[in-house]
Write a protein that binds this ligand. Sequence first.
Ligand code: 13P
Length: 253
Amino acid sequence: MTRSIRPLVAGNWKMNGLKADLGIAAAVAQGYGAGLKAAVDLAICPPATLLFTASAALIGSRIATGGQDCSVQPSGAFTGEISAAMLADAGATFCIVGHSERRTLHGETDATVKAKAVAARKALLVPIVCVGETREEREAGEALSVVRRQLEGSVPEGLDGASLVIAYEPVWAIGTGLTPTAADVAEMHASIRADLGRILGEAAAAGVRLLYGGSVKPSNAAELMNVPHVDGALVGGASLKAEDFLAIAQACA
Ligand code: 13P
């Protein structure tokens, strides 16, 4: 953790969740007691169909919501797309951009991710920009340089520490149960902080929350969250269980 930064634990529900599953969000709100509230911010990024209802249900809980993606366009003839302003209008505070599933399955380039982050900021959302290397890239010793290239291409200039979140999610750790060693996470997060310093300036970079994501569970959260420059987690599968999500938040607190 970075002492001066309030940690954030965000749940990415991905393409999971029907109305009946909003009970998960309610249970998280129920378990987000005074001790946790004093120590850690929480956010839930449900599918877009649930965003309005989830946001309304979480009013008063101090749990934020976020979208999982947004259009680069502000409005218009873009069938099926959802603008950042629409997400904000539905109650979102955050928007995940450049998740590896979008980069891989939808061919999103760094330039696209940057345009989405800019669109998110225009709608006053805080973009959670995702970066991370593949297994092959790590084995080739290229993890740091790949992530540096992604940051240089995907992070808009001119943001301050409060208007940007970075999530380091090694592609090979997502949904696999595998995680990097604490030493590898430490090396990567320190490198990300330094890269952001060159992109945004030192003062802004020092305030950006750097989340780790990829198979975060209650059993490994404490170790991962104790790594320097890890300021929280972006949680996939375990965010669909209120108990697990809260246990991860507790590990951050
Ligand atoms: P898992 O926690 O299921 O590995 O997913 C991580 C992720 O992709 C969060 O965005």
